[in-house]
Design a protein around this ligand. Structure first.
Ligand code: HEC
Length: 146
């Protein structure tokens, strides 16, 4: 503001503007908060069903990323894994998985997550997801991760 400093009359003008500015920024804030709610609502998926994205974050993301550009050192990248051959990334896989000849169909992923070592003896992946609805939500999430 480049009001002449001697004119104290401008003071009230400014304080009349302020509530408008406050109102505008409040509105923007509320709109952004609304967007946040909409986003997390979408991430919750079907009401009542397990949330694949949340499960992935909680149980898989310490070793895997489902974002192509992001690597997690402990496990292979899983972006686009549905439909892909097993052991197809640059990760240092077990020879068991490399020689498995598997393609990650939804059914094979479901079986692997039921018991990785039972399906591929010698695999380095040890995480089991015993709950069928949770496996299905995870496979849905992976199918959408490109
Ligand atoms: C403690 C680390 C760790 C966790 C947690 C983990 N994994 Fe793995 N995962 C691995 C490793 C290591 C491999 C490579 C296995 C091998 O080489 O035999 C692997 C392999 C895989 C593969 C095969 C990938 C390919 O390219 O063939 C899939 C699919 C997979 N994991 C899914 C999951 C899912 C889904 C979860 C969460 C429920 C999960 N993993 C949790 C370490 C982990």
């Amino acid at each position: 503001m480049d009001y002449p400093t001697g004119l104290t009359n401008y003071g009230p003008v400014e304080s009349r503007e302020n509530p408008v500015k406050l109102h505008l920024s409040l509105c923007a804030g509320i709109a952004l908060a609304g967007l946040g709610i909409a986003t997390s609502g979408a991430a919750l998926g079907a009401p009542g069903g397990p949330n694949g994205e949340l499960l992935f974050r909680q149980r898989c993301s310490m070793c895997h990323s489902a974002v192509a550009s992001r690597q997690v050192p402990l496990g292979p990248n899983l972006a686009g894994v549905v439909g892909r051959k097993a052991a197809a990334t640059t990760f240092a896989y077990s020879s068991a998985l490399k020689q498995s000849g598997l393609t990650w169909t939804r059914a094979n992923l479901d079986r692997y997550l039921t018991g990785p070592a039972r399906m591929v003896p010698g695999t380095k992946m040890a995480v089991v997801v015993p709950n069928p609805a949770e496996r299905s939500a995870l496979v849905d999430y992976l199918a959408a991760a490109r």
